[in-house]
Structures are given as C-alpha cells and as structure tokens.
Design a protein around this ligand. Structure first.
Ligand code: 8IG
Length: 277
C-alpha cells in the first residue's frame, strides 16, 4: 500500500463490499482471531460471502485458524461484517495493512467493532479456554497506525484519545451476557515468537494480564475513527514460564474448539443487547 492513501483504499474496499453484498450500510464489524473462525458460521443468517483477498488492500490470511473470508451476516436486526481472518505485523505487514479491515468497516458504515483473539494468560488462575474481556491495552509493538503521513483532511487528526479505548458500555453489556467473563489488560507485541519467562515477568510488572500479537493497532485505528470497541481474548495457553509445557499453535486451535459455543453465545448476546444505532 506504499504511497496510496489508506483511507481512500478503505473507501474502495467498502464500495466493493456494497456492490458484492447489496447491503448499503453495515453496523457492526466482527474480527475473528485465531481459533474463532468457526464462529462465523453460527452468528446469524449469512447474506453474502466474499473472498477477503479479492477486496482492495487485503492480503490473503496466512495464519492457521484464519479464513480468507469476509461474510455479511444479519443478526438481531443488524448488518454484521465478519472478517474471518486478519493481517499481523509479524507476517511482515505494515500497520496500515493490519488495520485495513477496521478502516474498511468504518467506511462501510460500522460504528462498532468487536475484536477477538487468542492470547496467552498471565493469571495462573485462568484455565485454558478462559474468556477474558479486554479492559485496556498496552501497545509495545513499537508501531502505530497513527504514525506516518497525517490522515487526510476529511479524517480526524492523529493523536487519538485512547482513554476508554474499550467501550465501558459494551464491556458492561458483555458482563451481563456472560457472568463468567474475566477482565484483563491486553499487551500487544510484535510477535513472530512467544515471550521468554523474563519478558513475561516484565509484562506482569507493567500491569499486563494477556499477551498477544494482534488487536492493539486495530483498536487504535478504530478509536481514531470514532468506533466503539469491544475486545475479547480466549486464553489458549499460560504465558511462558507459567506454563509447564512449551507453547505451540496447535493447542490454540484445540482450546478454541472447546470454547466455541460460549464464544458464539457471547457474541449473539452482545449483538442482541446493543442499543440500536
Ligand atoms: I494464542 O503466549 C497466543 N498468542 N505474544 N504470547 C503471545 N501471543 C500469544 C500467546 C503468547 N499465546
């Protein structure tokens, strides 16, 4: 995307979505992280499926557990845009590419985005399969979608306010839907590898409860454009040094399979309880 205005590219992608779905305005975007992809099949009535990488600016997802799918779903009277996969910094993508789904969702009309992921847990009380609502985040990727050329004049300026990055109203709603949800601070790292035990001790000291390789840049881009954000992590492993076993991606997908029904109920419940816009 070098050289191209990422907001214009998101506008083009949103136009392609309108043409392919015949849905003029989508309301809520749902980004499905590792292991959450199956939820796309059980959220509501499928209106249209688009190959994600056929849309302007979207690389094909390369990570196991992600689908090359953008789906328009009707659920609880709302038009939902479901991203079956996402791009990560560790794949070599730039921040603009990582947040392209969120900017496209905004251009398609969405005022809310639900960001999901699989994460390592720092709280030893959390079993694998624990669902954790993200109450706040720490971005230590060293990157930001707000760095680089300033946003064009028809967009809000950079220096987005990140107070209440994760909507207090949506968090309260999610707690009413699922009283087994924990709360935690999500620490976003560049990734490509898992942490050392020393790094996990550092992250615990700085107030982190979850570690992962996604979500934080998307939340920044969403807040920049005024979207309300709900973030939910599925703990699929104990963080390094807390875990008796070495970390592997396979256990992510297994834990996700077991949590599937609760994940679907949570998302459906949140959609049903959201005030109509
Ligand atoms: I799943 O332990 C998953 N994603 N950084 N550390 C980081 N990302 C993760 C982890 C983890 N588990």
């Amino acid at each position: 995307m070098t050289g191209q205005d990422p907001y214009a590219l998101a506008g083009e992608a949103a136009e392609s979505i309108r043409a392919a779905t015949e849905v003029d305005t989508h309301d809520v975007a749902l980004v499905l992280g590792s292991g959450w992809a199956a939820a796309a099949d059980r959220i509501g009535d499928v209106r249209a499926d688009i190959e994600l990488s056929s849309l302007p600016g979207f690389p094909p997802p390369s990570v196991a557990g992600h689908r090359n799918l953008l789906r328009s779903v009707e659920a609880g009277g709302r038009n939902l845009l479901v991203f079956g996969g996402r791009a990560h910094l560790y794949e070599g993508h730039e921040p603009d590419t990582v947040v392209h789904g969120v900017r496209t969702a905004a251009a398609a009309g969405c005022s809310t985005v639900i960001l999901t992921n699989a994460a390592g847990g720092l709280n030893p009380e959390w079993p694998v399969g624990q669902l954790v609502m993200i109450e706040d985040q720490i971005n230590i990727t060293g990157r930001s979608p707000m760095a680089g050329p300033p946003p064009p004049d028809d967009q809000p300026g950079r220096f987005s306010d990140m107070t209440d990055a994760y909507s207090p109203a949506l968090r309260a709603l999610a707690h009413r839907v699922d009283d087994g949800l924990a709360d935690g601070v999500y620490v976003g790292l560049l990734g490509g590898n898992y942490e050392t035990p020393a790094e996990i001790r550092m992250i615990a000291t700085m107030g982190g409860d979850l570690v992962g390789m996604s979500t934080v840049l998307e939340a920044i881009a969403a807040r920049h454009l005024g979207l309300d954000v709900l973030g939910i992590s599925l703990v699929t492993n104990l963080a390094a040094g807390l875990s008796p076993a070495p970390l592997a991606h396979g256990e992510v997908l297994e834990a996700a399979k077991e949590a599937e029904t609760r994940v679907v109920d949570l998302i459906r419940g949140v959609l049903a309880g959201m005030p109509s816009s």
